[in-house]
Design a protein around this ligand. Sequence first.
Ligand code: PGA
Length: 244
Amino acid sequence: MRTPLIAGNWKMNGLADAATVLAGQVVDAVSAVDGVDIVVCPPACHLERVATAIAGSNVALGAQNCAEVPLGARTGEVATEMLADLGARYVIVGHSERRQFYAETDELIAQRFQYALGAGLRPILCVGETLEARESGQTEAVIAAQVDAVKTVLGESGFGDGIIAYEPVWAIGTGRTASADQAQAVHAFIRERVSADLRILYGGSMNAENAESLLDMPDVDGGLIGGASLKADAFAAICAAARQ
Ligand code: PGA
């Protein structure tokens, strides 16, 4: 039994007061949703205030990135131990914006995934193909390489409590969503490659209107939500759709 999971990726949005307000609104809006793991991932500088705002609620805390090494000399990075210390239970690794703008490689991302597991966090590994790759028939090859990089680093220990988010790059922030069938096909491919227990989220312009059809698919276990997670009502509607 895979518990549905809906995670809000706030990206680099919101100053401190706005983060506190949004966290409070999310707590109120999802308080009646049970049977779904609900996570918000604010920017690192807001983690502590959001942790306070969601304390005692059914909303868990996640971070958007982490370092691939323990505490020490890595200017500008945040260690997995620090995230856990702040109360985070999840961390996104390898988001396509990190791959695209900060040249993060599959190997680096795999190391981050491993460190996150070691700190007791649940890493959410993002994978996804560009439009060019999809149109040239390379979707499965791209996804396989991204997933296998983590499998190689983890070896026999496996993905543990880790999660994968399938986020087609062409669907992120574009308003263009993968169809339910397109998502299902890639999710089934990933499950086959990893394990039956793995939770696989869909991400890429998921919103209150299209969530249900995506979440209805047998291998879609939840969503990683960008734009729609910045509005508590829309986010709560997606969480409610995940319960059914
Ligand atoms: P989006 O972002 O929902 O705004 O497309 C999803 C993501 O980047 O995780």
